[in-house]
Ligand binder design. Structure first.
Ligand code: TZP
Ligand code: MG
Length: 228
């Protein structure tokens, strides 16, 4: 792992989903194109790969991400993150407990947590998470066993426990360029706290032109941020 915590731009947070690639589209080619379009952070999410395959995919993805100076996070698997020297991990509510992940990983590692309730967010803040992935904003076919959809109003409620903690946030679940602005404008907490970015799988990965798909999202997030 790198020695200092990398400054992460959460604006366009790509979560990988190889099974959603259009027929004939190469995974690494799609990843690279999405980085060219403006993806700012990548989470490698592999739900069906065995350990060896996950490791290979993570390594190959890291080579591409490094080319664009974009941090790479590993979903669920602390061992894979350690093995490749990833920038960090993303853990869900039923994965490795935060305190254990923190102890296993170097101090420089980013740790993000999936949060579906304000209680989850409050706990992530107490734990010292770097960021929270909040949602699901909308329904999606991409994730099995999806938690109840919170909607944009729910995102706003999930932002509240962040207070002035400085913990960053991204919305996830059905986020697309068509609803991104609504998502960003709708999810503003009562103290004026906004999302730091949008996490997407299918809007980028399922696109035959991931560069354009990422660019569309990047333009929206940048425009929103420039008004705050
Ligand atoms: N966690 C909550 S929803 C989701 C994950 C990993 C999948 C989001 O995928 P999509 O295709 O952007 O709706
Ligand atoms: Mg998980």
């Amino acid at each position: 792992m790198a020695s200092a915590k990398p400054a992460v731009d959460y604006s366009i947070y790509l979560v990988t989903g190889r099974d959603l690639l259009p027929p004939g589209k190469d995974y690494l080619e799609s990843l690279e194109e999405s980085l060219q379009g403006g993806v700012t952070v990548v989470q490698i999410r592999e739900k069906t790969a065995d350990t060896g395959e996950f490791l290979e995919i993570a390594r190959a993805s890291q080579v591409v991400c490094r080319k664009y100076n974009v941090p790479i996070l590993i979903n669920d698997r602390i061992d894979i993150a350690l093995a490749i020297g990833a920038d960090g991990v993303h853990i869900g509510q039923s994965d490795m407990p935060f305190s254990v992940a923190r102890r296993l990983l170097p101090a420089s590692a980013i740790i993000g947590v999936t949060c579906n309730t304000p209680e989850h967010v409050a706990q992530a803040v107490r734990d010292g998470a770097d960021y929270v992935g909040i949602g699901p904003a909308w329904t999606t076919q991409t994730k099995k066993n999806l938690s109840p959809v919170v909607g944009v109003r729910g995102l706003k409620e999930l932002l509240a426990p962040l207070g002035t903690s400085g913990v960053k946030s991204v919305a996830i679940g059905g986020v697309k360029s068509t609803n991104a602005l609504h998502c960003l404008h709708g999810a503003v907490s009562t103290i004026g706290h906004t999302l730091d970015g949008l996490a997407v799988v299918s809007d980028i990965v399922a696109s035959p032109q991931p560069r354009d798909a990422a660019k569309r999202l990047a333009v929206i997030v940048q425009a929103f941020k420039s008004t705050r």
